[in-house]
Design a protein around this ligand. Sequence first.
Ligand code: GTP
Ligand code: MG
Length: 615
Amino acid sequence: MTQIPPHQSLIQYYQVRDQLIVLLNKLADLAQQRSLSIVVDEWIDGRIPKSYIAGNTDTLHQLSLRAIVNEDIRLTYKPFRVAVVGEFTRGKTTLLNALLEQKILTSDRRPNTATCTILKYGKIPYIRVRYFDSTGLEALDIQTQNLAADLVRYTSDAGMDEEKYEALLQGDEKSLADQIEGVHVWLPAEFLGQRVYELIDTPGLGSIFDSHQVITYNAIPQMDAILFLTQFNALIGEGELVFLSSLREYLNRFLFVLTKVDLAQEEENPQEAINKAIDFTRSVLINQVQLPNPSIYPISGVAAVQDNQYHKSGIIQLVEALDQFISCSSGRERLLKLYRSANTYHIWIEKDIQRALEALNHQIAQLTEAKDQLVSKINDVELSRDDLNLLLKAQTQELEKRQLGSIYQLRERLKVIIRETPINLHTKVDEVVYLWLREQEYVCMHDVQLLQNSTKFFLSKILFWAGRSTLNLIPEDLLLLDVMTKEINFSTTLVSLTNVGNFVSEHIKRELLASQLPPNQTIFIDQATELNLHNEAGSLFREWVESLYIYLETIINQVISDYLQLIKQQIQLIEEQRNKLQQRLHLMSQQNYSIHNIHQQLESIKLYLSTNPKI
Ligand SMILES: Nc1nc2c(ncn2[C@@H]2O[C@H](COP(=O)(O)OP(=O)(O)OP(=O)(O)O)[C@@H](O)[C@H]2O)c(=O)[nH]1
Ligand SMILES: [Mg+2]
């Protein structure tokens, strides 16, 4: 059971960190959806979206935002490093054992710890010994059954046998500090697991082993926090002040600890003695090291480890202070860094979405306009077709009238013939009718051609005028029109004319026969007969003109409906395109909503961080 749960400030740190990680992952998702890639290149001094760079980007180093975010997150998950530093035998190793709640590291009354021992959370106890390059030795990995026993061989000078330690003191034996760069230890200690801390035991300062303090000096810059141990019954001295003064730029990471306060029990008034020691230490730090207001935490590592008096040992207060310190220094720094990254990525993506939205809306507007134009074109073409049909009707009626008039002419000619040529009348009638037919043939052909041309002209006008703004519809349609109007041949006209001629000559011959030769002039004076001839021949003409009208009307309707069909196909294509764009617009609106949401969450995190200086 752990004695020291993480402090609230550290929990808050984890919460904000996790929120930011969720947001970063969402940003990476969005960037992935949008295929946003980031150029990471020296010459641009950092990272910017590829779309910001004009010209060829192929040769530049590019990463997905996912890769960049993963790296940001990886750095955030890096454990905080907390070193325990101080003169030899101050109780550093003992304090660490107390924090881990197990006797992992060897303590000794003599200068002992020789290497930086980096303790981190792991499910299975594991040791990796890293040697200095100069030794030529490979790193050593040990999956240990007995962590303390295995560790002592690589961390503790005093752990070697007495003879060797003596030789070490004489300078005949080498300290572990000369060979080992560091010992990494993974162990299942709750203190480490709950906090994502790495605790670092360092060799003591001020001992006869110079190499011990070199190791410690080198370790300081990499630490997030340093617990600097001074001792109740030794108080802070010259060596410690020199050490602290030489590390001025890192002193804001230092927390001061007064160890072995259990020894105050021997004093008459223990608490007063402890207070005095604290006051003394503080005033020395203020006056000699120019620290503005150093906090000093009294502890007894022995009480925590040996006497089972954890709650009285002062360690709980120390850890609370450490948790708070970590969360409001390195923790806060990491949160701000994460926040700044997330904010930058958010701006990139938001701009990217905005740009794409604008382009998409523009495209959709263009398609809508094109569609509206086509729809109004359909109306225009339909109206023009109706107009053309009316015109055609009028022209064919005109034609019909003229043709009916020609029957009167024929009748007049026949009257003259009958009057003037009483003999061979049948042959004469045939001749007159034949002549009349030839004339009519010519006139009709001419009229039909005029009709045909004007139909063609108007149709072309409609199509050309409508087609001008409807893509490439003109040439093909005019061609089609050409083919269709050519099909109007004259054969129907000829048949009809022959029918009329035959009818007229038959009629007259019949009348002649009925009136008994020689004919007299009464045959054509008969009103009923004339009316009958006129009606019969007229209906033949009407039929012909009607069929001509229907034929041309069919052509007009056919050409125009083909044309409208083309326009409708165009509209459908535009609709399909527009639907696709609209789907993309929908997706992008969702992305826009998400980025907006992320922005709001980032804003509230920013506010939270600025109003809570403790994390
Ligand atoms: N009375 C008392 N003794 C302590 C306390 N903490 C450590 N000691 C003793 O002090 C001696 C040195 O303890 P270590 O924990 O090895 O000290 P260290 O700072 O790691 O020493 P080095 O590794 O040599 O730098 C041991 O004999 C411990 O039992 C404490 O709180 N009270
Ligand atoms: Mg030690």
